[in-house]
Design a protein around this ligand. Structure first.
Ligand code: PZK
Length: 747
């Protein structure tokens, strides 16, 4: 790559010196494992010291290559000579390709680090500017033609999430190319052995190719260049947006312009989008290189050398270029100026025609047929556009539309609220509070501390909460929520655990957190990263929130305390219900029935007004109610398809540092909900369930007076209870419970 587009860090990784350094690393690691290969023979300790100290210069290798006409052979000669007599062991049993391809894997792995870091930085920069402009209205355009108002922040949020996907792709693509082989001339280990290969690669920290020929198969390199080209295409989409928005007729965004910079040698007024044009241009080179990488896959038999010349160009060029382009894009996004006034002015270009759909819907809501409403709106919007009379005025003076609530129709509050919600992935926070959800990958990797060394900050009957503090870089304060296998019935904890109960509950919570993230942001960060080994599978790393002081219960069926209240008063939580409901019956619509959080004893049911008082923010409490009902409805519909009736459930919410509403706690588990098997469901009685019912039934028959202390649970009841929890997991997720254990690395 030409120097102009090469950042020094990446440039250094692809010099002749760096390439041979990688070969040297492979040769030395191979010598260190020779004794194992040769059954005790091989270099002795003194010889190994000499080999480790062996050196080369690029010039010396080049000179030797004029004799050998073979680069690796020349390199081995020079390196071997510098080690004296011990030099005879260097390259023992190896084929050139063993060194070339394994060395290449080391170079690619080194290139991956700054590139993935740059991809993350771009995501963060886009997310920050998206937050800044969540409420900056601008025209949304399809086909280049104004469509409806949107917000500039929503546009940027789309780019931020794309950048996050590309960061993930790059990380995976670099990981799968960090693979070496020392398998000889045709992959049969003629002079080495698979064990030798495994030990050398372990020293180098590389994975092993399952079946290599003379070379590492080139589909791996093609995958990497595909991921790089796709990341480049994302940068080009971003650059193209900026180029469009900087056109004279649009002029909503400008690239930063340095003092002293000249836009044109001949036209002093020019400020051109040169950075984004450069990004758009060079992204094309990346796509060309990806094509060449695909051509490299089909080598002849155990190898030919057609790929080698291509790779000398495309691997340095594509890695250097994507690194350069990412940093250009970071500067572009960070420094661009956004002309909000111009965005507003452009929104007025169509004199309100952008609101046509909302007028159409208002007319239909009021009783017009869709066809008739469409004709009216099309006619008036066209006149607004053509004559320049605001659509709103035309509507006010037209008898067919005079009575509409025009304030509501032409309000943009809804647009900014909704765009804010979308860019925070559906959070129901207020516009001021809303932030785009921080892409998960931006979170720094967490250190793992033993459970016993973590400060315990809260402890419940069946679970514990530990403080993980604040991880470095961008990550926020986090907690570790650990579910135990303890079980409580009638408010007392039994001395007998139910094996795997904590894991089932955690697995279910994770399933639901993942499935409902688009409805409402939640506190889950990871079920693996930062989880101590001894808590695998039953612990979650979560964001630290400031918890709201109410429990948020949603009921779809009338049961438990709700059934008692209904029998006594005909209402639950101040909500009057139809007369004549029978126990366990499904309600016409789910109801929101908050309660207090009691440290000791029972939570107390409260009505919505009391919840507003406790929380101190009516709008927030409304969002809590709407969000709770949305979450429950989604989950109940899903559960019903899997043979589970989700009778009711309890959520807990908190606010994050930015004041955004976030779902906390464990969610939609048999401990926080009632799970009834759909087969066997019958109204007019209490239901069997997938949770502690087994233990309760046994307790009822055993003569226990339900006062603490709770008695030990016999083995058969433990087994029956465990089986029901696991069945709940498998019904809901549709996956074997072992899958959860495997996913979390649980023994
Ligand atoms: C939090 N609890 C209840 C008590 C438990 C859980 N994301 C959060 N941020 C701050 N605090 C909490 C949460 C959550 N969830 C929840 N107490 C604090 C609780 C005992 C054990 F596992």
């Amino acid at each position: 790559m030409i120097a102009r587009y090469t950042r020094p860090e990446l440039g250094r990784l692809w010099t002749d010196e760096a390439r041979m350094d990688a070969w040297r690393e492979v040769e030395v690691a191979a010598c260190e494992e020779l004794a194992g290969l040769l059954g005790g023979d091989g270099p002795d300790a003194q010889e190994l010291d000499a080999i480790r100290a062996a050196s080369f210069t690029v010039d010396a290798v080049a000179e030797r290559e004029r004799v050998t006409d073979h680069d690796v052979a020349a390199f081995v000669d020079v390196l071997g000579a510098s080690a004296g007599a011990a030099g005879r062991w260097i390259h023992f049993g190896l084929t050139s390709s063993d060194v070339l391809d394994t060395g290449l894997a080391l170079q690619l792995r080194a290139a991956g680090e700054p590139i993935v870091a740059g991809a993350r930085e771009l995501t963060g920069t886009l997310a920050a500017r998206a937050r800044e402009h969540l409420r900056t209205l601008c025209a949304g355009r399809t086909h280049g033609v104004h469509a409806e108002p949107t917000s500039f922040g929503l546009k940027l949020a789309g780019f931020a999430f794309e950048a996050d996907r590309n960061a993930g792709r790059l990380e995976r693509a670099f990981a799968q190319v960090a693979v070496g082989a020392l398998s000889g001339a045709v992959g049969t280990y003629a002079a080495t052995s698979p064990e030798f290969e495994a030990r050398v690669l372990a020293r180098l920290g590389l994975d092993r190719e399952d079946v290599s020929t003379q070379v590492i198969p080139r589909d791996r390199h093609a995958e990497l260049l595909g991921a790089i080209a796709l990341a480049g295409a994302g940068l080009e989409r971003l650059a193209t947006e900026v180029r469009h928005l900087q056109r004279t007729e649009v002029r909503e965004v400008q690239e930063a312009f340095r003092a002293g910079q000249k836009g044109s040698s001949a036209m002093p007024h020019k400020r051109n989008p040169i950075k984004s044009e450069q990004i758009a241009g060079l992204a094309r080179v990346l796509r060309g290189n990806a094509q060449a990488a695909l051509e490299n896959v089909a080598l002849w038999h155990e190898r030919d050398i057609s790929h080698s010349s291509v790779e000398r160009v495309i691997l340095p060029d594509s890695t250097i270029l994507i690194d350069y382009l990412q940093h250009r894009a970071i500067a572009l996004v960070r420094d661009m100026t956004v002309d909000e006034a111009r965005m507003r002015a452009n929104l007025e270009l169509t004199h309100g025609a952008l609101f046509s759909q909302r007028v159409l819907l208002a007319l239909v809501e009021r009783g017009s047929s869709r066809d008739e409403a469409y004709r009216v709106v099309q006619e008036l919007a066209q006149r607004a556009w053509d004559e320049g009379t605001p659509l709103r005025e035309l509507l006010a003076s037209d008898e067919r539309s005079r009575d509409l609530d025009l304030d509501a129709i032409f309000s943009t509050t809804r647009t900014t609220c909704v765009t804010s919600r979308r860019s925070s992935r559906g959070s129901t926070g207020s516009p001021e509070r809303d932030r785009p959800r921080r892409p998960r990958r931006l979170l720094a990797s967490r250190q793992v501390t033993a459970l016993a060394d973590l400060p315990l900050i809260a402890s419940g009957k069946v679970r514990e909460m530990y403080d993980l503090g604040t991880a470095p870089e961008r990550a926020e304060a986090a907690l570790l929520m650990v579910a135990s296998d303890r079980i409580s019935t009638y408010d007392a904890v039994h001395p007998t655990p139910i094996p795997d109960k904590g894991r089932v509950l955690t697995g279910l919570s994770v399933f639901w957190f993942e499935r409902t993230a688009a409805i409402l942001a939640n506190h889950m960060l990871s079920a693996t990263d930062g989880v101590p080994t001894e808590a695998r599978g039953r612990a979650l790393v979560v964001r630290r929130l400031s918890m709201l002081p109410v429990e948020c219960v949603v009921r779809g069926h009338i049961t438990g305390s709700g059934w008692k209240d209904y029998q006594a008063t005909g209402a639950v939580s101040g909500i009057a219900l139809p007369a004549g409901l029978r126990e366990s019956e499904r309600l016409p619509e789910p109801i929101f029935t908050p309660s207090t959080k009691a440290d000791e004893g029972h939570d107390e049911a409260i009505d919505f007004e009391r919840a507003v008082e406790l929380v101190g923010d009516r709008a927030l409490m409304e969002r809590v109610r709407t969000g709770s009902i949305e979450l429950y409805s989604f989950a109940a519909a899903h559960a019903r398809e899997r043979g589970v009736i989700l009778a009711d459930t309890k959520f807990e919410f908190g606010l994050d540092d930015a004041g955004e509403l976030v779902l906390g706690d464990e969610v939609l588990t048999p401990d926080s909900s009632r799970y009834w098997p759909a087969d066997g469901f019958q109204v007019g009685r209490s239901q069997p369930s997938f949770d502690k019912q087994y233990v309760r039934d046994w307790a009822a028959a055993s003569g226990w007076d339900k006062l603490p202390p709770a008695p030990p649970i016999p083995d058969d009841v433990v087994a029956g209870t465990r089986a029901r929890y696991i069945e709940a997991y498998e019904r809901i997720t549709g996956e074997p419970f072992e899958r959860w254990l495997a996913r979390t690395g649980t023994e």
